[in-house]
Design a binder for this molecule. Sequence first.
Ligand SMILES: Cc1cc2nc3c(=O)[nH]c(=O)nc-3n(C[C@H](O)[C@H](O)[C@H](O)COP(=O)(O)OP(=O)(O)OC[C@H]3O[C@@H](n4cnc5c(N)ncnc54)[C@H](O)[C@@H]3O)c2cc1C
Ligand code: SF4
Length: 509
Amino acid sequence: MAQVQNLVLVLGDQLTPTLTSLAASDPARDRVLMAELHDEANYVRHHKKKIAFLFSAMRHFAEELRGAGWTVDYVTLDAPGHRGSFTAQLAAAVAEHRPERIVVTEAGEWRVAEMMKGWGERLALPVDILPDDRFLTTPSAFREWATGRKQLRMEYFYRDMRRRTGLLMEGDQPVGGRWNFDAENRKPADVDLFMPRPRAYAHDAITKDVLSLVAARFGNHFGDLEPFRYAVTRADAEAAFAAFVKEALPRFGDFQDAMLQGEPFLYHSVVAQYLNCGLLDPLRVCRQVEEAWRNGTVPLNAAEGFIRQIIGWREYVRGIYWLKMPGYERSNFFGHDRALPDFYWTAETDMACVRAAVTQTKEEAYAHHIQRLMITGNFALLAGIDPHELHEWYLMVYADAYEWVELPNTVGMSQFADGGLLASKPYAASGAYINRMSNYCAACRYDVKQRTGPNACPFNALYWDFMARHRDRVGRNPRMAQMVRSYDNFPADERARIAESAATFLASL
Ligand SMILES: Cc1cc2nc3c(=O)[nH]c(=O)nc-3n(C[C@H](O)[C@H](O)[C@H](O)COP(=O)(O)OP(=O)(O)OC[C@H]3O[C@@H](n4cnc5c(N)ncnc54)[C@H](O)[C@@H]3O)c2cc1C
Ligand code: SF4
């Protein structure tokens, strides 16, 4: 065989056949390296299901590449040649194959991107780091968009993305005459025996091997390994998405913010894990959704709501990540420093809403957006949990979690720890919001209607106590000032009871 020119390193979230590093190389001449790395599976102790999903998807992608004529060196976690880290694994492959250069698509995460910068010198080879064109905008284009703006609001970014992609546009105007139908997407849901469920996929030999490996090697990581139902091939991920469009998308808009006991998925797509590792293409899924609307099978508020999440929020948070890293991960606007309570791991709490969100996180490596934002995130914000500790929790426990998307959502959106760079106000809410959007309170040992006392919903006293503790910071926000004024209008003895209830509850954590 001729000497290898390019050694193409494909990372675990780069499972896309049109990846720039592959497009710049030649299957007849070059060699692909993929590896299940101990360091990557452990730098935070990821949920067992997340590790199993990625290892199985990676192994299937290696097969897909071999089928397309590539020579792939795939190093499993338990292989004798396993070196544990990207750099050590590359060094071993360079020694064996003596390539002329290393070719890689840029990393999604700052930590790995920094590592890549050192490879040229360390391995004494040229390293071509190519842009990742699986996103609709680049970090430098986002920086340009952000430059000179007083506020970086997602809504304006999103409108630009609609114009650029032409999605849901009629000429230069949004279809339906409005950019955003969010106000129609806040209905509480009813229990429905015919609620659609995400497609479940049987285990083939590859997945069975991976499940045994993960059970043996990551038994002490958080979460349940089985039942394991994810798609692990591109074809199955596409089929799962097509099923969502047909069965759940028509009601996705209306019930996007709803929560129901025993219904972890409601009408959500459950595809972020496929998008984020490259099994699904973001623009393609948006075009499919637009087509469903044009065919009359889904309403506009559902199609617009879904497309906004992908070309709006997903791209926007990535832009913020690269704009603000490094350093963003240590943001702490409110100076919160309380340790994460044990029930984020055990789900052992009397708060029915938190118990439901953590239980399904443990079982499914999944919670939908409003559970992440308004239950576990909201509780952490009100209780003053250290945002960095919380960030590590979110990064560990969800199958779709990668730092570029998780960090801005946690630190910026949910904890307001960046002081309002990403969100226009803190997402702080009392039990009344949770009661309106879910049926959790009906079965809770706490009373959502009570503000203080041992039986009162803890979110209530914590909410008002948060306003009191941070009045200097939140009172300046026009959208929060009204709540601070409401607190000030409480009689003095009620304010004292709020402080006491909050302190008693926090001391019990
Ligand atoms: C504290 C917190 C942490 C989060 N961590 C992650 C994470 O690690 N990875 C991740 O992909 N999303 C994260 N999100 C965003 C969102 O909650 C998930 O994308 C969504 O719940 C995934 O479920 P789904 O595929 O059913 O999404 P759906 O509700 O069906 O939405 C469709 C798609 O839109 C995209 N999307 C929706 N909201 C967002 C958002 N706010 N930011 C980026 N993309 C979005 C996702 O790709 C998602 O698959 C987080 C949100 C919060 C509040
Ligand atoms: S009463 Fe409070 S703690 Fe209980 S489920 Fe409702 S919001 Fe959650």
